[in-house]
Structure formats: C-alpha cells, structure tokens
Design a protein. Sequence first.
Length: 475
Amino acid sequence: MIHSGLLTDLYELTMIQGYYYTRRNPRVVFDMFFRTQPFSSGFSIFAGLEELLQALEQFSFTDEEIDYLRQLGYFDADFLDFLRDFRFRGDIYAMDEGTVIFPGEPLLRVHSSLIEAQIIESLLLNILNFQSLIATKAARIYLASNKGKVLEFGLRRAQGVDGAVSATRAAYIGGAVASSNTYAGKKFGIPVSGTMAHSWVMAFDSEREAFRNFADIYPDKSILLIDTYDTLGSGIDNAIEVGLELKKQGQRLGVRLDSGDLSYLSQKIRKKLDKAGLTDALITVSNDLNEEIIHQLITDGAPIDMWGVGTNLVTGGSTAAFSGVYKLVAKEDDGFMVPTIKVSNNVEKTTNPGSKQVYRFYDDEGMCIADLIALEEELFDDQRPHTFYHPMSPNTFFTVYNYSEARPLLSKKMEAGKITAELPPLQQLRSTALEELESFDQTYKRIINPHIYKVSLSSSLKNLKFKMIDEYHSH
C-alpha cells in the first residue's frame, strides 16, 4: 500500500494551495457514494475500507516529495512547508466492509477541515472504487456458481501488481475461496490454489508421464490439466489411469478443463470418471469465465465442482470502473454546520445535502425491506410507520408499517486521524458479505434483470433537498 501524499491528482494540490492562501479552510463534511450499479447488477459490495484507513493514518509527504513538488513550479515555499508537516486529523464514518450497498446512499462520510478532505479525495476513491468493483464481481460469480467454489486466477491479467494484490483481497471478500496469487495469499492470509499449465504436460515425452510425475510429487493435490492434446481421448483416459493409482493410495483425483464446450465436455468427463469408479474425482474449469457463462453452465446442469476465474474477475470485465464519487454536503458558516447541495440539470447528479445516516429496515424474518437515507440527527428506532420518499421525485413515496429493526449502517471508524474501530480479519469480512447477501430476496441477486432495491429519503431530508433546489432556481 502506497502512503505517499503524492498519491493525489495535481488539481487537488493546486486547489489546496488556493484554500491555504485565501484562508478558506472551514470544517466540512464530504460523502462518498456511487451512482449506478456495475455489471447491471442488483447490488454491490463495499470493500477497501481497511486499506483506506491504514493509508490515511500514514498519509504524509517526505522531504524528497516536497522537493519534487517545488520543482514543478506550482507551489510556494510557505505552502510546501505546510505540506511537509501535513497529517490527516479528520473523522471517518463508514459502513462496514462487506456490506451490501446501493446507489445514492453515503458509504462513507469525512468530517474534517476542507484542506484535509480535499487532499485525500483521489486516494479514497481509488481504493474504495476498485475494491468495491472487484468484490461485487466476485459476489456475482459466487452466486452464479450456485455458491460454489470460486478460485481467483487473475494475477497475470490484472492491472499491474498493485491492482492484482488489491483484486485478490477484494475477490476474497466477495466470495472467492482461494487465489493463485501467492504474494497476496501471504499478505492477507488468503488460501492459495494452483494446478499446472499446458507447458508441464508438453515438457514430458508423453501426457501420461506428465500426469504420473505430477501425481507422484503432489499426491494429495493432483488436479490434472487434460485438454493439452485430446480432452475426451488421451486427456481423460490418461488422467483416469493415474487417478486409479491415486485411489489405491487413498487420494482423490482432480481434472481441469481450460478450453472447449465446458458444458458438453464436463458431462462427458463426469460419465467417464464415474464409470471408472472415480465418483469422488473433482472437475475444475477455467477459460475466460464470467458470471453469465457460469450461470448458463449451472442452468445446463454441468457437473463442475470448482471455477477458476481470472481476467473477468480481477479487471471487472464488462464494467471498467465503479461509479463512486465524493461530494461536499456540509460546511461551517459562522460556527454552524450548514448543508450544501450540488444542483444539476441531470437530476441523478443532484446531491443529497447535509450529514446523513443510512438505515436498513428488516422484517420479522431478518430480510431486508428497504434502505432509508436520513439526516444524521434523525432516529429510527421505534415501531411507528415510516414514509420513504423517492430521491428524485418528491411526490413518489411508500410507507413501511411493520418492521422488526431499522439498523444504522454508518459508524465511526477513525477519530482525529487515528483508527478507532476494530478492523475484523479478512475471513470475517468475507463472512459478512455472504451473510449480508442471504438477507436479500433472490430477485435482487438475479444475474440477469434483477429487481431494483428501494433506497429512499426520509421526510426531513426530502424537504431539505427540494427546498434547497427551489431556492437555487429562484435566484
């Protein structure tokens, strides 16, 4: 993880110098939220918070970095001296990592001075956007596989070394059971997994010799790649011969497919394995898989035990980036915090003003009903009916009469620049994400054409928002 203060966009630094010389540095609140679901999904998974908090604790500028900024010609000596001593001293309120999230709701609030909030924007969005994208992709693949065993195989196709390591972490939170990335395995305590490449098979005089040597060295981890030459001919036949030898030793065979029609081939291979008495042999597949392909293979009844997913998992596949943004929602004026709003001709880009909390409403069976964005000072801990207003249409609403709980999702994670919340181990974050998914109806989790989960505004927030919009248009 890079903790350098230079990990920011240049315009953040030029604005901050402007704030410094105009003495404009009030207390502010910024929200981080996202606008649209990636992959046409019905949900996303929040990830990257721990790495962000750790980066903020160490965010600073070295003497060498200050010298570099001086050479750019943008910055004065007084301002560079200010940066030399800079540390983030703000408070962070955020949802827990692994939380299921939806567009429009604040995932994280920054309470700090304007300069502090501005300088961390790029770093914050970089970490949270990428890891939330990959965690979401992993969760979709996990659900598409019927909650099967997903292996992350993306190191060689990831966006650089830093992208690969972050992607492995996020993929594990989202539901992957293991990774091929041994560095990330050590760094995060993630199980690692791997088989063989075609080059192993080609390095020996025969396919059978290659399989037998591998099984001799790794008798309890023998997953043989059977599509180097002839999958349904020599490949599976040679694997079965070695598999029967392993069975006599009390070991179990695994085979992997990396090409061809995976539905047809896996069904033919399963029949051959079962006929040979290798009913417990495992079938693993790879080859540019994504959630749509996996969903179709499951629908076809393909007898696949494990799914190796690389490129489309660690790069995001069809969606290049998560749509997270960072907006000013309140600032100090004469000693009071005053809500602010960004008004746009595109109503979807008009922000929700003020410091806010998100409440998730549950029914008696622990299933999620809807989320409500409310002003921070509002409380929703009783059993009376609550009206939920559409974020962009003040006359569209519905009422929730019966619910068992309204749970606040944002809590303090950092105070005065120091982490104050317990940071759960990665295995717990993964459990949180998978348990959260279980509390949502299946219709929201469909891979294709999911139902839209309702995220609404409280009456007080709705009134504030549209009052501020009306005041803006009246000027």
